[in-house]
Design a protein around this ligand. Structure first.
Ligand code: AMP
Length: 220
């Protein structure tokens, strides 16, 4: 099963992908995480990507398609959720081709709809536990014991360098120009379903699960 979570930065794609990974065993493929790992390793790819990411621009399609193609190949028949890919029509077309070669197809594309103002508030207040990756927010979700992760007890947190207001505004502009057209691309293929990403993550999870369960039942 191949699922895409589609939506602007801060819509909750990563949070929902992690929930699906935990509850259903699907593998989360986050291209943003892959690039951040490459940056912290200081690899050639990381050095190229760092500057682009810090400006809120997109890493070129051929690089992203190469990365995702290798990952999908290594997964065999495992179910996966794409989080942050595709982001351009070129990437979407390449994805169709590489799934076809592997005799696979997309099962669902789920859009997380969130207004821009809320996205800016979410992203600029976002911080994560450096140990387990749990996501918090200055305005919406601070740890129960300030400074201590609710899940693993770690006391170190980090913020993404591209989560500043200025970079976020650029990321949103780039999203509306290059990624939002994919909604129509997948609507035309009968694959698109949308959920209200403004609700709590528990409610978003229920909506996504409902869509997936309906589609699984319809497939028999
Ligand atoms: P994310 O963690 O998904 O918000 O991604 C962080 C940054 O990584 C983005 O702002 C882009 O600079 C880069 N990136 C991640 N995925 C892609 C992609 N599919 N295409 C181009 N750039 C990407």
């Amino acid at each position: 099963m191949s699922i895409i979570l589609l939506g602007p930065p801060g819509a909750g794609k990563g949070t929902q992908a992690k929930i699906l990974e935990k509850k259903r065993g699907y593998v989360q493929l986050s291209t943003g995480d892959m690039l951040r790992n490459a940056v912290s390793e200081g690899s050639d790819l990381g050095n190229k990507a760092k500057e682009i990411m810090n400006k809120g621009e997109f890493v070129p399609d051929e690089i992203m398609v190469g990365i995702i193609s290798e990952k999908i190949k290594s997964l065999g028949k495992a179910n996966f959720i794409l989080d942050g890919f595709p982001r351009t029509e070129g990437q979407a077309v390449a994805l169709e081709k590489l799934l076809k070669i592997r005799s696979r197809s997309l099962f669902a594309v789920i859009e997380l709809k969130v207004d821009d103002d809320l996205l800016i508030e979410r992203v600029t207040g976002r911080f994560t536990c450096s140990e387990c990756g749990a996501v918090y927010n200055d305005s919406f979700k601070v740890p129960k014991n300030l400074g201590v992760c609710d899940f693993c007890g770690n006391t170190h947190f980090s913020r993404r360098s591209d989560d500043s207001r200025e970079v976020m505004e650029n990321r949103l502009g780039v999203y509306h120009k290059h990624t939002a057209p994919l909604l129509e691309f997948y609507e035309n293929r009968g694959l698109l379903r949308s959920v209200d990403g403004m609700s709590s993550s528990e409610e978003v999870e229920i909506q996504i699960s409902g869509i997936l369960d309906d589609k699984i039942a319809a497939k028999g």
